[in-house]
Design a binder for this molecule. Structure first.
Ligand code: HSE
Length: 331
């Protein structure tokens, strides 16, 4: 395979490079692309140093089989034609194309075959919060239909990018040294705080991030499922957590739910309240799976079940999911 990564210097670009190497993805040739700022820098892949090219409207993608694109929505919109015009498959991490009817939105554990129908040559990678949730929901949907979801997210700084992670770390240092914390990447100080806003507000009072969870989940699961989300930024580095409440068509006993999670693809069950065992962001950082714990019946509704998920937002929430899509195409 001839492979390209677009947006190599970002947190997701860097993780894509690492995972291609780790999983021994069949790369014959790797091309790296970035903005004019990162052009000329070099990165090492399997011992070889590769120079970053500036992304331009030319024929650089001719002969490239798969391009992993993680450079922001406006870049994806501007360059999708340049990238796909010679037959390159573009796996896009931005939200630009996710809801287009002719662009599949894919989580390999849930709807892998959707990736086969891609008239534009584009496959969209969902938002991290959605990916994490649908991997867990699939386990239950396989035993009974899920009608409704209420979810509260606890989202790490990494979701806002590498510079945001540095800002959070700096805020702690600045505050400890008695300095005023720098606030550029988040709407407020995040250190010693949390912010009940991820992305911008829409007219109905939900944020864009919250609406993504509703819309993307329905598209991926091919379902009329209703999702109401509250998305919150917390001072955690790179794994998102979600407290999820679901209402199912038939009542699901806790033991049956545990069994379903235990055997679900891409899920690790970590649910042992007696021993204080449940997933936490620090432990799940760097892991591939979605960890599920705190499974219990909802006290207010016999058809309600609640659980807690944690997943590394840069891996399964972004880079790993994109590479798993490519692996599925190679099967
Ligand atoms: N939009 C998410 C966040 C990142 O801000 O945490 C998902 O890729």
């Amino acid at each position: 395979m001839k492979v390209a990564i677009v947006g190599i210097s970002g947190a997701v670009g860097q993780e894509l490079l690492r995972i291609l190497e780790e999983r021994n993805f069949p790369v014959e040739e790797l091309a790296l692309f970035g903005s004019s700022r990162s052009a000329g820098k070099t990165y090492t892949f399997r011992g070889t140093s590769i120079k970053v090219k500036q992304l331009q409207h030319n024929d650089d993608f001719k002969g490239i089989d798969i391009a992993f694109v993680s450079a922001g929505g406006s870049t994806s919109l501007e360059f999708s034609e340049t990238i796909t015009k010679h037959g390159t498959i573009m796996i896009d991490n931005s939200s630009a194309f996710r809801m287009y009817d002719d662009v599949p939105l894919v989580v390999p554990e849930v709807n892998p075959e959707d990736a086969l129908n891609r008239p534009r040559g584009i496959i969209a990678n969902p938002n991290c919060t959605t990916i994490q949730m649908v991997v867990a929901l699939k386990a239950i949907e396989d035993i009974t239909h899920i009608r409704k979801v209420h979810v509260a997210t606890y989202q790490a700084a990494s979701g806002a990018g590498a510079a945001a992670m540095r800002e959070l770390e700096n805020q702690y240092k600045q505050i400890v040294n008695g300095e005023k914390p720098t606030i550029e990447k988040f709407p407020y100080q995040l250190a010693f705080n949390l912010i009940p806003q991820v992305d911008v507000f829409t007219e109905n009072g939900y944020t864009k991030e919250e609406l993504k969870m509703h819309n993307e989940t329905r598209k991926i699961m091919h379902s009329n499922i209703e999702v109401s989300a509250t998305c919150v930024r917390v001072p955690v580095m790179r794994a998102h957590s979600e407290a999820t409440w679901i209402e199912t068509e038939r009542s699901v006993p806790v033991e049956e739910a545990r069994e379903a999670f235990a055997k679900a693809e891409g899920v690790v069950l970590m649910d042992n309240p007696d021993k204080k065992e449940y997933p936490m962001p620090l432990d799940v950082t760097g892991k591939d799976e979605v960890y599920v714990g705190r499974i219990r019946k909802d006290l207010t509704n016999d058809k309600g079940l609640t659980f807690w998920t944690v997943s590394d937002q840069i891996r399964k929430g972004a880079a790993l999911n994109a590479i798993q899509i490519a692996e599925y195409l190679l099967k």
